[in-house]
Design a binder for this molecule. Structure first.
Ligand code: OGA
Ligand code: NM2
Ligand code: ZN
Length: 747
């Protein structure tokens, strides 16, 4: 469950938590939500009855203090647990026994979370329980279901920020096909929390389902109920590194028949790895390979299955390339004894004695299974360091010197092997001259990470293996996708700025490009008031886009105009050519003559208005981003059509483009069923776009040129009197040239 493990490592966890008895779904959830045990709430089985307790659910407790709450549930009996005033926004499916309920719950919850309107959201995913009953806890189907639910969890947290808090927990465990008993497997649960209030890579030695409600109160900042039976566990988490170092430190008291104590042995094994420049994951595996002895009563000779025991504990904390060699290090001994005649003779006395108890040499069948395990080579490597780590005299680095490595590994997220293989920057993977990939998608499948480093700086090394014995050492530069540019929205205060800052077409290009990226509009002065100047200038900045209007168009009043732009009427704020794919990126308008009365240019920041709409009327915003609208331009020679939303979002849900052009919007295309949503939203958006504080109004003088991002900044003009004369020339260029120049400038 990489998503869960990720949350656990970036926050705190307890994989040793307990639920109440009886460990039955309804009573356990009653305790989770109400913070009291079954004795107090009176729910004993899955029959919904009125609760005996006055202890509130954490949802009601939060809502009564002004927080906005939401819940997503899919099981009827659950409903008895919630007070009438607990939940503001409720999504409920009357189900709970169909595994596919979860995807509906998860999708609905994700949508709500994206809107960021609620303070506290409760989401219940049920399928793991259903599959446990039908196929058995820990069955293949059960494990599969865990990974499905884990991916839903990933979707739910994907849109959260590090400022948000998440708690993931469960109502009970299970064994066989049941969980109603009080066996350890039934009552053992987990709690994972990630929050700015919780230190990363930490843990609670114990936690109870009763701790959830008060801990929710701490994380969501509301007052806990005095009726809840326990206190918050937030703030009581302990560093995992302390826990591990303490466990290792205690092994100094044991020898298990060797000439040196177990801590010395661990440090020697780790030193052996470090001295041969082994992967950091191998150094950690060496340090902790015998830690399993510390979990349980190891007696005089140690736990025979200490490899398995240690691996099970470490699996929640470290990546498989640390854990799996540990799991296999006893098997590796049995393997080497079978394969290598001289190996047995070099083993220590205690090691030979424990061999029989561990199963003796491997059979042929066991050898085949072992060699098929992608971690078997790492396990053999660990085994060799282990065997060489039994000197009575060797000098070693102290345990404390491993703390930072342990901490870095605890904080590292599990890596995706395909990504790692794909990200490799070595000469056989990327062309040295042009930086392009030399490998294909086929080359990146089927790999397992068998060794890695944890340093966050510079290059990272990750060792991958693909069966049978194909190895690749990947060199990775740690970089993540960041926004390509940042946007500064503006209102009519920009008009002032334009009065005294007109750019020179020669000297000010870098500043102009900067402002195009941040504000989406630039005013130039000092051009000749002659035809074709706009094209000459545009060609300096990027590629001119030819359209049915030509590469250059004259905005001038003419008889029988094909476009209302070619008349003296006013033009409402609009996007040019929304009927075109692509819609023009950048528009340039050059003023040759503007002596008529009227004819002022109007501009407004579409991104600002869209952001305001999202803030003030979230449902209008969603409507405009989802409703398809047909834009069209047709005359004797072309019929241009494009279907787009008014507000186009990128895949992160961020505002990507706006398209408003009432002249060319095809009314008939607005579906009957969406008209009642669309029109109020559209009208509100246009109101925001054209409000007094949003618009700048400038009368272009001859020799001035305005350049703007056509998919962000809307433009318009006032009507003018035709007598005197007005002549603009315009053209379009692609926006990528501007963005490229910007990146070349800023690196
Ligand atoms: C246009 C246009 C602006 C103007 O032609 O599309 O918006 O000032 N013209 O004439
Ligand atoms: N012109 C000026 O996009 C539009 O229809 C507005 C564009 C004709 C190129 C006018
Ligand atoms: Zn226009």
């Amino acid at each position: 469950m990489p998503e869960l493990i990720n949350l656990a490592r970036s926050g705190a966890s307890c994989f040793n938590a307990t639920t109440i008895t009886p460990s039955i779904t309804l009573p356990a959830h009653a305790s989770m939500l109400r913070g009291v045990d079954a004795e107090a709430h009176g729910i004993r089985d899955n029959d919904p009855i009125p609760l005996r307790t006055a202890a509130p659910t954490f949802l009601a407790q939060a809502k009564r203090q002004g927080l906005r709450t939401a819940s997503f549930t899919s099981w009827q009996p659950f409903e008895c647990l919630f007070e009438d005033d607990a939940i503001e926004e409720k999504f409920y499916i009357n189900g709970g026994y169909d595994p596919s309920d979860d995807i509906r719950i998860a999708e609905a919850a994700q949508k709500l979370l994206q809107q960021r309107q609620h303070h506290l959201v409760f989401v219940y995913l049920s399928q793991v329980d259903t599959i446990g009953h039908s196929h058995g806890w820990d069955s293949t189907e059960y494990i599969e279901s865990l990974s499905i639910v884990d991916s839903y969890l990933g979707g739910l947290v994907a849109d959260l920020t590090v400022q948000d808090s998440v708690i993931v927990t469960t109502d009970h465990g299970g064994l066989g096909n049941h969980h109603e008993h009080s066996r350890p497997e039934d009552v053992r649960t987990f709690v994972v929390m990630r929050s700015p209030k919780i230190a990363s890579a930490s843990f609670w030695p114990m936690a109870s389902i009763l701790d959830i409600a008060p801990s929710v109160a701490t994380l969501a900042d509301f007052k806990p109920s005095a009726l809840w039976q326990t206190q918050t566990i937030v703030g009581h988490e302990q560093p995992l590194a302390d826990f591990l170092i303490d466990k290792l430190q205690r092994t100094a008291a044991h020898r298990y028949g060797e000439r040196l104590d177990m801590l010395d042995h661990a440090l020697q094994t780790a030193s052996n790895a470090a001295n041969t420049q082994a992967d950091e994951s191998m150094i950690l595996a060496c340090l902790m390979h015998d830690i399993g002895h510390s979990f349980g009563d190891a007696g005089k000779w140690g736990l025979a299955d200490h490899a398995e025991t240690g691996a099970e504990v470490l699996l929640q904390l470290f990546n498989p390339c640390v854990v799996e060699p540990i799991r296999l290090h006893v098997a590796a001994k049995r393997y080497l004894v079978s394969k290598d005649n001289s190996y047995a003779s070099k083993l220590s006395k205690a090691s030979i004695e424990s061999l029989a108890e561990q199963g003796g040499p491997m059979t042929d069948e066991e050898i085949t299974t072992f060699e098929a395990n992608p971690y078997h080579l790492a396990a053999i490597e660990l085994r060799r360091f282990d065997d060489a780590g039994k000197s009575p005299t060797m000098m070693v680095a102290p345990l404390e010197s491993y703390r930072s490595l342990i901490e870095a590994a605890l904080r590292s997220s599990p890596r995706n092997a395909s990504w790692v293989r794909d990200a490799c920057n070595c000469e056989s993977c990327r062309d040295r001259n042009n930086g392009q990939h030399k490998i294909t998608v086929d080359d990146i499948t089927g790999w397992t990470i068998v060794g890695e480093s944890y340093s966050s700086s510079a290059k990272q090394l990750v060792k991958l293996q693909r069966s049978p014995n194909e190895l690749h050492l990947c060199t990775i530069e740690p970089s993540e996708l960041t926004a390509l540019y940042t946007v500064d929205t503006w209102g009519n205060e920009l008009e002032k700025h334009f009065e005294n800052s007109q750019f020179d077409t020669n000297a000010d290009i870098p500043r102009a490009i900067e402002q195009m990226i941040s504000h989406g509009i630039v005013l130039f002065a000092g051009l000749k008031s002659e035809p074709n100047e706009v094209l000459r200038f545009a060609e300096k900045l990027g590629f001119v886009r030819q359209t049915n209007y030509g590469s250059l168009f004259d905005v001038i009043a003419e008889p029988d105009p094909i476009n209302l732009a070619y008349t003296p009427v006013g033009l409402a704020l609009h996007t040019d050519n929304p009927y075109r794919e692509p819609c023009p990126g950048v528009q340039l308008l050059h003023c040759i003559k503007n002596s008529s009365e009227g004819g002022q240019s109007l501009f407004t920041d579409g991104f600002r208005a869209a952001a305001l709409l999202r803030e003030q009327h979230p449902s209008f915003f969603i409507t405009l981003s989802k409703t398809p609208v047909l834009f069209r331009f047709s005359d004797d020679s072309v019929d241009l059509k494009n279907i787009k939303p008014i507000i186009e979002l990128d895949c992160n849900g961020e505002i990507h483009a706006v398209r408003v052009n009432h002249r060319s919007m095809q009314t008939q295309s607005i579906a009957q069923s969406t008209r009642n949503q669309f029109y109020p939203a559209y009208q509100k958006f246009v109101e925001l776009l054209s409000s007094k504080d949003a618009i700048i109004n400038i009368k272009l003088n001859p020799g001035e040129l305005v350049m703007f991002d056509n998919r962000r900044v809307l433009h318009g003009r006032n009507a003018y009197r035709i007598n005197e004369g007005r002549h603009l020339q315009g053209c379009y260029i692609d926006i990528d040239a501007i963005r490229s120049s910007h990146l070349k400038m800023t690196g």
